[in-house]
Design a protein. Structure first.
Length: 143
């Protein structure tokens, strides 16, 4: 999601997250949903809750900043939250792949709370976007 393509000569890498994020509204939401897979994997590997929270904050920051026109698209190519979360997962995993068949119930509840918070952030972001578009429409209509 973050390092699929390489810019020749510069060696700079970007991924599908930056490209899909170009689609207004749906792009950043769909890439955030993909990011939840890494978060779920972290639960299975019994990553500490503070690291799960940090991973959730990485996703939230990527979503919020990525939602901004133009600036967000550049930020998506630079921030690379999925790569950061994968590195956190690799550093903090406390069990082997064989043991990671399921996570603790408390971890799933904790991550569920993070996901609910991120969903609320998405809904609030959509509400603000629609409100701003409505106000812009009023301004353009001369009301």
């Amino acid at each position: 999601m973050d390092d699929l393509f390489r810019v020749p000569v510069l060696g700079w890498r970007f991924g599908l997250d930056a490209l899909i994020g170009l689609v207004p509204g749906l792009g950043d939401t769909s890439t955030a949903l993909v990011s939840f897979y890494i978060l779920a994997a972290a639960v299975r590997y019994r990553v500490p809750k503070i690291t799960l929270l940090r991973m959730g904050l990485n996703i939230a920051l990527d979503y919020v900043v990525g939602s901004l026109p133009v600036v967000g698209d550049v930020a998506d190519a630079w921030w690379k939250s999925n790569r950061k979360n994968l590195e956190l997962l690799q550093k903090r995993a406390t069990v082997s792949a064989e043991e990671a068949r399921s996570g603790k119930a408390s971890d799933w509840v904790f991550v569920g709370g993070i996901i609910v918070g991120l969903a609320a952030l998405a809904i609030a972001s959509a509400f603000v976007s629609f409100y701003l578009l409505y106000r812009l429409g009023e301004l353009l209509a001369g009301n």
